[in-house]
Write a protein that binds this ligand. Sequence first.
Ligand SMILES: Cc1cc2nc3c(=O)[nH]c(=O)nc-3n(C[C@H](O)[C@H](O)[C@H](O)COP(=O)(O)OP(=O)(O)OC[C@H]3O[C@@H](n4cnc5c(N)ncnc54)[C@H](O)[C@@H]3O)c2cc1C
Length: 389
Amino acid sequence: MPARVVVLGGGVGGTLVANLIDKELGRDARVTVVDPTGMHVYQPGFLYAALGQANGRWLARDERLLLRRDVGLVIEAASRVDHEQGFVELERGGSLPYDYLVLATGARLVPEQVPGMTEGAHEFYSLAGALRLREALRAFDGGHIVIGIAGIPYKCPPAPVEFTLMLDEHLRKRGIRERSRITLASPLNRAFTIESASKLVQPLMAERGIELATFFNVESVDAAAQVVSSLEGEKSSYDLLVLVPPHRGQSMVDDSGLGGPGGWVPTDPATLQHRSAERIFAMGDATDLPISKSGSTAHYEAPVVASRIASLVRGTAPRESYGGKVMCFLEVGGGRTTVLRFDYEHPPVPPQPSRHWHMAKWMFNRLYWATVPKGRIPEFRSRKERSAT
Ligand SMILES: Cc1cc2nc3c(=O)[nH]c(=O)nc-3n(C[C@H](O)[C@H](O)[C@H](O)COP(=O)(O)OP(=O)(O)OC[C@H]3O[C@@H](n4cnc5c(N)ncnc54)[C@H](O)[C@@H]3O)c2cc1C
């Protein structure tokens, strides 16, 4: 009988891992993806949608079309996992037994945890939010734009900085930069979590007249007065407020007794197995790993999860382990981009922003649908690295 592999979540991680397991195990496994939307969304595109550079249609595809023919798809939310008995309860009352389970359920946005945020702030962390922000920016004709972060961890740590730098360029192109003020309010003592990249972008921000407010942990928003307050006691008035909403793990993870603090899945950093349920793996944003929540994390984890499940099914010793590999582009505006490549042991040493990396990001955005979810992972190298091989 084929092994039953159930993958919860049809985002980057879930789609890719389901295809890799099916490819590797063929008839030895029956792989099923469970996702409530049946649509796969390319979240990095939200940044471009908010700034009017991409339309919503480009950012979502039918999940069925991205999965290999033999991978099953159940369009329904999982409501609970019974890890003692090995089955998943579905929202409409059915259940799915499994031999191996992958939790790839991503992160949940919880703007309601910040008083006033829903009424007073925009966000670009959901497609609907990005499209609403696009309209607000169209109507914006000058004033103070504050960009802030309402909780750590959040996915794609460079995204608020990218948005800030790209917004500066956007306002310049519209000829309204002179009558606008831009402030990035960071909860840390620098622009964002990664120190070397903060050192690279802060001078660019200063050059462009972008203000950086440090140690600003968003506490509440007064939508009527248009004031955002921090836990540290600071207040900032704004004409347009853009906040990264707080993130949590999915409630289903907690409801199943599988979550740790914040609802993140306690995950072994090397094997990607749940720390107390060995037939369960976790990947992508859902984990509690001390590494960026990013699509690239999920795509480097997927081959490890697929290979380890294949070994368990075949009764051979698992060989692959995850070393924390991540690669993220960081757009700085002006057609230039840098790249952050790191792992558990090696912090990133980002190169000076260049057109080369801008082209690489541009290509990645265009190649995404034909590559990553289907298991073809493009690798990008610098000119120096290419000539060295
Ligand atoms: C503005 C922005 C810019 C970004 N830019 C980049 C970038 O440049 N590079 C990069 O690498 N990453 C980037 N990211 C981050 C990246 O998109 C995420 O880290 C990535 O999508 C995580 O993949 P995942 O598979 O873990 O989760 P997701 O892709 O979020 O997928 C989770 C899936 O789980 C499903 N799900 C939820 N609950 C349940 C349930 N109960 N049962 C079943 N299914 C469920 C959801 O419907 C969803 O389809 C960006 C994100 C944003 C918001």
